[in-house]
Write a protein that binds this ligand. Structure first.
Ligand code: KG4
Ligand code: ZN
Length: 357
């Protein structure tokens, strides 16, 4: 069964065509047009600019996706079974471009629309080229806007058991890069800088470090780690970074060390909570999802920690190209939703920038 997926929730215009058979998902095409270079100079995504570029990009991206999948326009209505599109959460005007495109295609080709939650799409990136996922599963979804632990007992059923109380993990990376004037988006930049650090690692955090104390070692707190819940908090790490660089006149000479320690504080919090939650709910599969799961150190540390702490659980990490925003994950979620979900009257479908999972 062939599904076409559309993703326009933020600053990537993406269309993908996938073929699903039983539990197998094959990617026929996966086209992503990123606007990072356009938004870089503003230090973040400008919603109006993003929406305008989606309008410019969506049809060329759609054409390329069809062409690469070997589907001609006159055959599309026969070969494609349904159109999966992100309905939220995201930027409202960006989401609207994707949904209106989906509605137009659905009307012209006489096909159903399957609305997808963006987070659901990130989770389903794990099902691409992977038929080994067993429920119950725990997915750590870490992106620019979300940090969530999602328990699934079966397909399409999500229980959010942990969330961030303030900033998302990706946002914490982006804000750190901004504080140190390193550029946008922060995640890949902080992680590249961190890889250059060769000095002393695994230093213990000294709680006596406050705004007014002198610079001691560069270390950051691991907030919430010992709290009896599965929530996260990252704004304290960001504030700790601000205080440290304000006190340290040589901070700009130590950027790799700052990045390494900052990244490690985020990673330890994410892994600590995911392991705890996975133990409690006795999950068979642990999955990572979202842009931050592109982080090499996070991926490596997860492998080691799951292997030692929960050797019976299987850890799944999507291919790098399916971690950041793409439409293959949306089409994949669409395949399972078309197969197992309820059919809807798509003519009434509206985008929801705050859509819950
Ligand atoms: O999932 P995504 O592409 O978009 C949202 O749904 O938000 O995630 C983007 C986020 C950004 O905050 C970016 O800095 C972060 O993912 N990110 C990374 C890395 N690559 C992207 N964070 C840490 N390490 C990376 N290698
Ligand atoms: Zn995303």
């Amino acid at each position: 069964m062939i599904i076409l997926g559309i993703e326009t929730s933020c600053d990537e215009t993406a269309v993908s065509i996938v073929e699903g058979k039983g539990k197998q998902i094959k990617i026929l095409s996966n086209i992503v047009s990123s606007q990072i270079d356009i938004h870089k100079k503003y230090g973040g995504v400008v919603p109006e600019v993003a929406a305008r570029h989606h309008i410019i990009n969506i049809l060329p991206v759609l054409n390329e996706a069809l062409e690469q999948a070997g589907i001609s326009r006159d055959q599309a209505s026969k070969e494609i079974k349904a159109i999966a599109v992100v309905a939220g959460p995201g930027l409202i005007t960006s989401l609207m471009i994707g949904l209106e495109t989906a509605k137009t295609l659905a009307y012209v080709w006489n096909l159903p629309i399957v609305p997808i939650n963006h987070i659901e799409g990130h989770i389903y990136a794990n099902f691409i080229n992977n038929d080994q996922i067993k429920f119950p599963s725990m997915t750590l979804t870490v992106s620019g806007g979300h940090t969530m632990l999602v328990l699934m007992k079966k397909h399409l059923q999500y229980q959010t058991i942990g969330n961030t109380l303030d900033d998302a993990a990706g946002e914490a990376f982006d804000k750190a890069a901004k504080l140190m004037d390193l550029g946008y988006p922060g995640g890949p930049i902080v992680s590249t800088q961190a890889e250059k650090y060769q000095g002393k690692k695994n230093k213990a955090f000294d709680k006596s470090q406050t705004k007014n104390s002198k610079v001691q070692e560069i270390v950051f707190p691991r907030p919430m780690l010992n709290k009896p819940n599965f929530n996260f908090s990252f704004s304290g790490i960001k504030t700790a970074l601000l205080y440290q660089i304000q006190k340290d006149k040589d901070w700009s000479k130590k950027i790799p060390e700052y990045c390494y320690e900052y990244q490690q504080a985020i990673i330890d919090s994410l892994i600590g909570k995911t392991i705890k939650a996975s133990e409690k709910y006795k999950v068979k599969t642990i999955m990572l999802a979202g842009g931050v799961s592109a982080n090499k150190k996070l991926r490596a540390d997860f492998q080691t920690r799951v292997a030692t702490k929960l050797p019976k659980a299987k850890l799944m990490i999507p291919d790098l190209k399916y971690t950041t925003d793409n439409a293959a994950m949306i089409a994949t979620a669409g395949y399972f939703k078309y197969k197992y979900g309820k059919k809807i009257d798509w003519s009434k479908l509206k985008v929801d920038p705050n859509l819950n999972l």
